[in-house]
Design a protein around this ligand. Structure first.
Ligand SMILES: Nc1ncnc2c1ncn2[C@@H]1O[C@H](COP(=O)(O)OP(=O)(O)O)[C@@H](O)[C@H]1O
Ligand SMILES: [Mg+2]
Length: 321
């Protein structure tokens, strides 16, 4: 997080012992940056790239040294690091107020809700608002949008960008878009995204939706454990990226109907405990009437549970009086 690599070491080939061939193996396995190596485990690198564990351990140590990535720090240093956490405005005052400024960098924010509730709308909106200059609550950075349901619409970006008085064509150019066709592809694209975070100044990674391919590919009780294991690994990948690059990560999730529940809300987020533990901030969005939606802050480490009413308009998600 904000730890700059020492000037002389910028590419993975700058690390001692990594020649062109080894670099190729590492890159093919998704380890394209010093950060990605520094935060991996030797067993993981060995398994994915075919490099020996002993060699991988040496590279990891070198990468950590290059980044000053100490394992232990004082609480004071921790606080300094926390101060680098930024908020990305949602562009909706009521929602920003509920989130104490917007979506946090360094962690994962999840929005779950039924079909048509507005999850994808929120993703479109944030991929625009992250581009706003700092004085308007953005990061002045781009977004990387991973679309698993084929619901991204550039035309919608144009509408929202206009509403925020950004040049729509520039706004489109600042969004990198990739469609994921299955879970393997989704993981691959996420690894690929890591290359762009630095080179294209990305401030927000969006995965819409996190879960659909996992649910589609692992059907039936007997595959559940395996699915949860892979999902867990994937969420940790996202967490690591959020933390190492100090970017926002916004993911959407579907809901499950719990037929046994007669009191309270019969809908709960998919993904179980694996997802519940992995995300830091959790929002629940549901339709009330017409264009109206209720967004509830369900989980936050330091904010109270609360909810607001908003409307989905041509200009995006907006407050209602
Ligand atoms: N340009 C627009 N103006 C107003 N409402 C819109 C616009 N585009 C989409 N919507 C509304 O957004 C809703 C779909 O939200 P979406 O984010 O796709 O749902 P989810 O991703 O949760 O399934 C629909 O109710 C649709 O009417
Ligand atoms: Mg959607």
């Amino acid at each position: 997080m904000g730890r700059r690599s020492k000037k002389e070491i910028e590419e993975i080939t700058d690390l001692p012992g990594i020649g062109p061939q080894t670099a190729e193996k590492l890159r093919a396995a998704g380890y394209t940056t010093i950060e990605s190596i520094a935060t991996a485990s030797p067993a993981e690198i060995a398994m994915i790239s075919g490099i020996s564990e002993a060699q991988a351990a040496k590279f990891i140590a070198a990468a950590r040294a290059a980044l000053d990535l100490g394992e232990v720090e004082t609480a004071y240093e921790f606080l300094q690091r926390r101060k680098q956490v930024r908020k990305i405005t949602t562009g909706c005052k009521a929602l920003d107020d509920m989130l104490d400024g917007g979506i946090e960098t360094g962690t994962i924010t999840e929005v779950y809700g039924p079909y048509g509730s507005g999850k994808t709308q929120l993703c479109h909106q944030l991929s625009v608002t992250v581009q706003l200059p700092e004085e308007r609550g953005g990061l002045g950075k781009g977004a990387f949008y991973i679309d698993t349901e084929h619901t991204f619409r550039p035309e919608r970006i144009v509408q929202i960008a206009k509403a925020f008085e950004l040049d729509p064509m520039e706004a489109l150019k600042n969004i990198l878009y990739a469609r994921a066709f299955n879970t393997d592809h989704q993981v691959l694209i996420t690894d690929k995204a890591e290359e762009y975070i630095k080179s294209r100044n990305i401030g927000l990674l969006i995965v819409d939706s996190l879960i659909s391919h996992f649910r589609g590919e692992y059907v039936g009780r007997e595959t559940l454990a395996e699915r949860q294991q892979r999902l867990n690994k994937y969420i940790h990948k996202l967490l690591r990226m959020a933390s190492v690059y100090n970017i926002g990560v916004l993911v959407t999730n579907q809901v499950l109907a719990n037929p046994g529940i007669y009191y309270g809300d019969p809908l709960s987020p998919a993904g179980g405990h694996v997802l519940g533990h992995g995300v830091t901030c959790r929002l629940y969005i549901r339709r009330t009437k017409g264009d109206r939606r209720v967004i509830k802050l369900v989980k936050s480490p330091y904010l109270p549970e609360s909810s607001i009413e908003v409307a989905i308009t041509e200009s995006g998600i907006a407050a209602v009086e």
